[in-house]
Design a protein around this ligand. Sequence first.
Ligand code: HEC
Length: 143
Amino acid sequence: MKIALLLALGLAFAGCARGSHATAAAAASAAAAKNVASASDGAVVYLANCSSCHQADGEGLPGAFPPLSGNPLVTGSPVAVIAIVENGIEGRVAVGGAAYSGIMPRWKGVLSDAQIAGVVTYIRSAWKNRAPGVSASDVAGLK
Ligand code: HEC
């Protein structure tokens, strides 16, 4: 009886491993291992804290606030984006041929690691952007 049950389980598992279940399960466990923050949680953080300057559509305001949509810095190295959001930035930056020299406030201590991970995931995947998200441990790892 026990042996039959084990055999059945074994067969079911083997069947699953050959099929698409295995791929889906592997993808799900890879995402869980990395714990990428949810872009929809990040959208809430963005609308509350960032959209007044960078605008809800991520296009910024010419001459004052740089666009985040279609901005290669935002979709480039996740470490650089996290560092800017955590520490803020000021001085001259050039985005899409336009120069900005404003002050971007620092968010470390204002937003939690999870909120920073969410908002970075959001800005990397919203609008024209299609870059992979980050996790709260990526944010914590930079401190
Ligand atoms: C008070 C206005 C303001 C707010 C609020 C603000 N930013 Fe900014 N942000 C700026 C300015 C101004 C710059 C450009 C800084 C410079 O000119 O040196 C900038 C730059 C950036 C950059 C770098 C862009 C580049 O190409 O160099 C990123 C990324 C960014 N902001 C993300 C965010 C996120 C995410 C939030 C919300 C958590 C946010 N910002 C909130 C004003 C703001």
